[in-house]
Design a protein around this ligand. Sequence first.
Ligand code: AMP
Length: 191
Amino acid sequence: MKLILLGPPGAGKGTQAQLLVDRYRIPQLSTGDMLRAAAAAGTDVGVRAKTIMDRGDLVPDDIMVEIIAERIGQPDTGNGFILDGFPRTLAQAEALDRLLEQRGVTIDAIVEIAVDEDVLMERIETRARETGGSRGDDKSTAKRLENYREKTAPVSDHYRSKGTLKRVDGMGTVDEVAASIDAHLRPLVEA
Ligand code: AMP
């Protein structure tokens, strides 16, 4: 099962991805986690990315495409994978289309978790308070949402126009959202 999870920051992509990892025994490829690991390890890319992430901005496309091209080639993705946090711009989505085509890989489902904006603000701020992270200040939260609206929302349109996007309501409980996602994926497994 090869999946792409889309949705704004705070939509619960990470939580749902974790449930899908358990259900389908496939790795979650979270670009946010990869960048945080690189930052913690103090690599050149990680140090550069940390400054950008703390501002709530997006790391440049060429870096992200390189990271994901390398990650999708790893042996643990043989059974599939869940892309979480990538693609986040139209350029990334187009680069991913090319990469997958070159490698003869097809994505089984692209799932978008949709959530109202005021609920998002509340969720992101609560998460920031709970984790005590620096990304929680109002300015970076607003920036993250602005980047989502301007740069990431067109990614959904890209897949919608190709007819491959499945949209689920992300406003329910974790279990409800998981059930909606499952309703889209089960027929693919049974097919
Ligand atoms: P996340 O954990 O997915 O919310 O990602 C945390 C931060 O990492 C984002 O706010 C961005 O600064 C950066 N990031 C993660 N994935 C990408 C991506 N695909 N393109 C650009 N920046 C990214």
